[in-house]
Design a protein around this ligand. Sequence first.
Ligand code: PHE
Length: 348
Amino acid sequence: MREELSQIIQTYLAKIKQAKTQNELGEIYLELFGKNGEITKIPKQFPQLSIEEKKIIAPLFTRTKLELEKAVEESKEKILEEGYKKLNLEKLDPKGQIKKRQGHLHPSTQFKKEIVDLFQKLGFQEIFAPHVEWDKYNFEDLNIPKDHPSRDMWDTLYVDTSRLEIDPGSMLLRTHTSNFWPRLMSKGKTPICAMSFDRCFRYEAVDARHAHTFNQFEIAIVGEKGKFISMANLKYLSDYLLKGILGKEAKSRFRPKYYPFVEPGVGIDCLCVFCHGKGCKICSGIGWFEIAGAGLIHPNVLSATGIDPKEHNGLAWGFGPDRMLMLKHSIEDIRYFLEGDLKFLQSY
Ligand code: PHE
């Protein structure tokens, strides 16, 4: 066994010295210390040795093992160092090596710019309201009192305030951009002609048409009663948006619909861009897509924000731009907007 050990050490020290890469060294290591490795095999023969022999062979075995382990370790470092040296010698030429790949705005952001530009031309002022909002601005001032059944229209994500001195249920992720109206209206400056394009959040069962985080585009106008605020103007502004985005042929229609913060309230449909109203697979045979909610601002909302409903009135609508963008580009799944998938992003 003594000879066997000296044979191993001779052969393997030479092999280790010659190894040029980490991979080669890894293989040598396995040949020695793997499951059936040359070194692993040795102690299995110990039971056949006499006590005298064991006293000589065991320490010799340990020394051989340690020596080989050390050699592997040293060779590993040498290989690494040589690798670094080589790297230092190579000249870096950043211009030649890095391919130019220019990023661009997210499709939703491009769309936002397009829409905001359209309404800036009409004199609308862009407003930002908080994403994490008080119940007051998201619901209460909008004529949706606590425990009112109409709250069920919004699947709300409430913020856990148990560690703050804040009443439970009074802070939430805003369910719509309408929270900007009471914030702006309570400043006491009329007339108001404002818009907001921003993120909203709902507790949704996520699928191809529903996302927990999505965009809304809302406008709100408040001014002297009888001057320029009417359902006719609301219709004009809806068509203005649709034609601006989808082309001259785009059309909207109003259906009566309930929203607590408007009276009268309407749902806005958009003529199907694929079949022009005939009814096809994409619009489920209806010929129209529901795309927005709208109406004249409820007198209770005006009063809640300190505006006299006898002297003023208002109009508002809220569109789902993600849905519109899906229609415009035949995008099948709303989840693409949030996933950051480069293949999707680079095609816009
Ligand atoms: N904020 C409403 C929603 O999220 C949409 C809406 C806006 C409806 C303005 C009427 C008037 O569903």
